[in-house]
Design a protein around this ligand. Structure first.
Ligand SMILES: *[C@@H]1O[C@H](CO)[C@@H](O)[C@H](O)[C@H]1NC(C)=O
Ligand SMILES: [Ca+2]
Ligand SMILES: [Ca+2]
Length: 379
């Protein structure tokens, strides 16, 4: 632990004390939690092989909830076409469109946790009032409207650095970095990395990436954006209920089968992490916020693409008492994030499930972490 803290103190200046108050080494990195766990330990401890539900679910029936014929719609090739046609409609919106999530009761968490130490269980009954949710992750375009209107400066810009996945950096930027995160050498603290420069100073979000999720935003940044838009961050319960899209006790927003009819339903990692991304789903990094099929509520990329901040403080202890509109513990050190990212692969980050969860300190930012907002009534 000391080693981690010393390492972080060395590699990051302003954020150190916040990162180092955490008690577990994998929490102290301030970025993708799953990447800190050694590969061997993870594959034996994550319980991936104990999941039983895949066998009992009618896959044909489930995929028909989403679309008539997913097999031709979500191949790598058609994803490219699909997203081309979608970029235009949003040019003039300054805020993203929202969908109604009807109130109801659902089973939050799971009794068959993929990663028990994350506090995915126990499963519990949760009642929620209706709310509206952004149909997709907040895009660079929408975040730019906020910045233009307010002059807000993100935490990554103020700190002067942010974590970037090594695999997306140019050789030039990499050559200037002398530190890395001890147990996760693929996370590099990059000076000048921020939402406008997702891979450091020599990168940008112009043109083709305006409709991708905004990255390198801290929890505070996300809260500031949502307030500006007269919205707020979702609670973890709201996020998870929305993720499930009206289905009960399923792993993913579309069912229990990761790739119905062999098609990709989310932007994840295919290949061998972190060295080889086969890009089978069409994307090495982020994808446009409306790529891949929406779930039953009309929500895109709830799992995969970018991790999403929620308003809850982090804890791994949950009561099984029935709850109404739970908002998490009253205090804590980390905030809950949900959904996994384009960096997730089952072998080391089986967190692209609705019940899965992870955490970061509120001032952390990284090249795979974004957010979306909700509101009780349509703003
Ligand atoms: C924000 O301002 C810049 C510079 O004036 C402009 O190019 C850009 O289109 C604006 N973005 C939005 C979404 O309004
Ligand atoms: Ca991908
Ligand atoms: Ca997401």
């Amino acid at each position: 632990m000391l080693f981690y803290c010393a390492f972080l103190l060395f590699s990051l200046n302003v954020k150190d004390d916040v990162l180092c108050v955490q008690s577990k080494p994998e929490l102290s990195v301030g970025t993708e939690h799953e990447t800190i766990v050694p590969l061997a330990a993870e594959s034996s401890s994550c319980g991936c092989h104990n999941l039983k539900r895949e066998a009992v679910v009618d896959i044909e029936k489930e995929s028909s909830i989403i679309t008539e014929n997913p097999s031709v719609k979500y191949s790598k090739k058609s994803n490219e076409r699909h997203t081309d046609t979608q970029t235009n409609g949003e040019e003039t919106d300054t805020r993203s469109q929202m969908v109604l999530i009807p109130g109801g009761v659902f089973l939050m968490g799971t009794d068959s946790p993929g990663i028990p130490q994350d506090g995915e269980g126990p499963q519990r009954r949760v009642h929620l009032d209706h709310f509206y949710m952004d149909a997709h992750e907040v895009s660079n375009r929408h975040f730019q409207s906020f910045i233009n209107a307010t002059g807000y400066i993100t935490e990554a810009e103020r700190f002067g650095d942010s974590f970037v996945f090594e695999g997306v950096l140019s050789e030039e930027v990499k050559s200037q970095i002398s530190q890395a995160v001890a147990a996760a050498p693929w996370w590099l603290p990059v000076r000048g990395a921020d939402w406008r420069h997702p891979e450091g100073p020599d990168s940008s979000i112009t043109d083709s990436r305006l409709d991708h999720p905004v990255l390198h935003v801290s929890w505070q940044d996300a809260v500031a954006y949502c307030s500006w838009a007269h919205k707020r961050l979702p609670t973890e319960a709201e996020w998870e209920y929305a993720c499930r899209g009206g289905l009960q006790e399923r792993l993913y927003p579309w069912g229990n089968k990761l790739k119905p009819k062999g098609q990709n339903y989310a932007n994840l990692w295919q290949g061998k992490f972190p060295t080889h991304n086969s890009e089978e789903d069409g994307y090495t990094k982020t994808s446009p916020v409306k790529s891949f099929p929406a779930n039953g509520y009309g929500l895109y990329n709830m799992v995969g693409n970018a991790w999403e901040w929620t308003s809850d403080w982090w804890t791994v202890h949950h009561t099984t008492d029935e709850r109404h509109n739970p908002a998490g513990p009253p205090s804590g050190t980390d905030r809950v994030k949900k959904g996994g990212s384009y960096m997730c692969h089952k072998s080391y980050c089986y967190r692209y499930r609705c019940a899965a969860r992870s955490q970061n300190t509120p001032d952390s930012s990284a090249s795979n972490l974004g957010f979306r907002c909700v509101s009780q009534e349509q703003p």
